[in-house]
Ligand binder design. Structure first.
Ligand code: ZN
Length: 437
């Protein structure tokens, strides 16, 4: 008896209505050797499942034979463990119908235990291919994707309230579609990902929330994608639109990089060694001016004698006076952004008008000028889409692991699951339980 008790414990069969047999067998199922244990499920039901009549005596409900189902219980090492469960059938004397005994171990008409389903859900939260999960748990891929769909449903956002600070960014999802990711940038929580970045979808999505929810949004952090700007202002009338700092720096760096390439093209045949220097040291030019090291001297194969990061950049700037001006103007603005100095930023931006710069650098400055109100917000609030960027990277990893998700809902569910698990990572991990409903 003690032996049977430990089997029950080992496989977490907690239902007292299941009586296990003192026997373990093996069975070959589709060329896989499985361990098999045996049990019987029976009890006195409280009422008829179909007509609801209360079971008082054998005049109400009678036991009416058994039906055996083969349940995939769990996996032990690499070996699947099956439970041959003899389920009691009951007959109702009042409505003449029959029904089967039920157990929390496995859902009705289901052949995979709930423990195994929880294991699938936990595995789905890890970054790995679904086929691999199926293989590891010795099941077919179908229950894995079924479980994924169920899990996704359970994780759907409430559509009742919105956080005060939301961040929206785009990412490439399935089939090269540009999708949108929505996050609570304050609490670093994923709100949702939606298939298309286009305005109609975003509007439909947010319109599903009550108006009060949209009015409660205080800031919306976005990138500099132009159509977004007014659109979000209309959608969230009380919100300040914030342009993400990361995107501001990115815009400036891109302009500087273009200047470097233009200069390279100009001197390619006249000054080939300078060309090579500009080509190889692009990272140093994009590094923030104040962060360049000026103390550590070392040798560099492109330079004679000892150099520092600072002296190398100084050399590159000496190649062309216009390039130097552009570098300084751009770095002034970058400093202001990093230091959150709104006044200096406005001043420096105005200051750029006194200099002749390349067309693309001018375009970048004009863009900043156009968005200066939103930029002011981003330098005032300490919020940043950094978390969104982080999430974006995570999605990329998930996409790679799934060998490119063709189904957006699958991708979305996986992202949600991994996020949920992440959120509770400092608490003990408890398997998520999803009923069949
Ligand atoms: Zn009945």
């Amino acid at each position: 008896m003690a032996y049977i008790h430990s089997i029950a414990k080992l496989f977490e069969i907690k239902d007292p209505n299941i009586v296990l047999e003192d026997k373990v067998d093996t069975l070959l199922v589709k060329e896989v050797t499985c361990k098999v244990i045996f049990g019987t499920l029976s009890y006195q039901p409280a009422a008829c499942q179909n007509c609801g009549v209360v079971n008082r005596s054998s005049d109400d409900l009678i036991k009416f034979g058994y039906k055996t189902s083969r349940i995939k219980l769990t996996t032990l090492g690499l070996q699947p463990v099956l439970l041959m469960l003899k389920k009691q059938r009951f007959q109702c004397k009042h409505c003449q119908t029959t029904f089967m005994a039920t157990t929390p171990l496995v859902d009705e008409r289901c052949f995979i235990s709930n423990t195994l389903k929880q294991m699938i859900t936990l595995e789905l939260a890890e970054i790995q291919a679904m086929t691999l999960i199926a293989k590891r748990l010795n099941i077919s891929p179908t229950p894995v994707s079924t479980q994924l769909k169920k899990a996704a449903k359970a994780l759907n956002p409430s559509k009742q309230t919105l956080p005060e600070h939301i961040g929206i960014d785009e990412f490439r999802s399935v089939g090269n579609r540009m999708s949108a990711i929505i996050m609570d940038v304050h609490n670093h929580r994923l709100i949702d990902i939606i298939p298309e970045r286009v305005q109609t979808e975003l509007r439909d999505y947010f319109m599903r929330y009550p108006r009060e929810a949209r009015l409660s949004v205080k800031t919306v952090t976005i990138d500099m994608y132009k159509p977004y700007y007014q659109f979000f202002q209309r959608l969230f009338p009380n919100a300040e639109i914030i342009i993400d700092r990361f995107h501001l720096i990115q815009l400036l760096n891109r302009a500087l990089n273009q200047s470097r390439i233009q200069l390279m093209n100009r001197i390619r045949y006249t000054r080939p060694t300078d060309y090579t220097k500009l080509k190889r040291l692009w990272k140093l030019l994009l590094k923030h001016r104040e962060e360049l090291d000026f103390e550590r001297y070392h040798s560099h194969r492109l330079f004679e004698g000892l150099v520092t990061q600072k002296s190398m950049v100084e050399y590159l700037l000496s190649i062309d006076p216009k390039f130097r001006i552009e570098y300084e103007l751009i770095n002034d603005l970058k400093t202001d952004i990093i230091m959150n100095n709104v006044t200096l930023f406005e001043e420096d931006l105005h200051n750029t008008r006194h200099y002749t710069v390349s067309r693309h650098v001018r375009t970048a400055f004009t863009t900043l000028f156009h968005y200066r109100e939103a930029i002011e917000n981003s330098l005032t609030y300490t919020l940043s889409n950094g978390v969104v960027e982080g999430m974006n990277n995570k999605i990329k990893t998930i996409k790679r692991s799934g060998f490119g998700y063709r189904n957006f809902e699958h991708l979305r569910a996986r992202v949600f699951l991994s996020q949920k698990l992440l959120a509770r990572s400092n608490k003990p991990i408890r398997p998520l339980y999803f009923s069949d409903e």
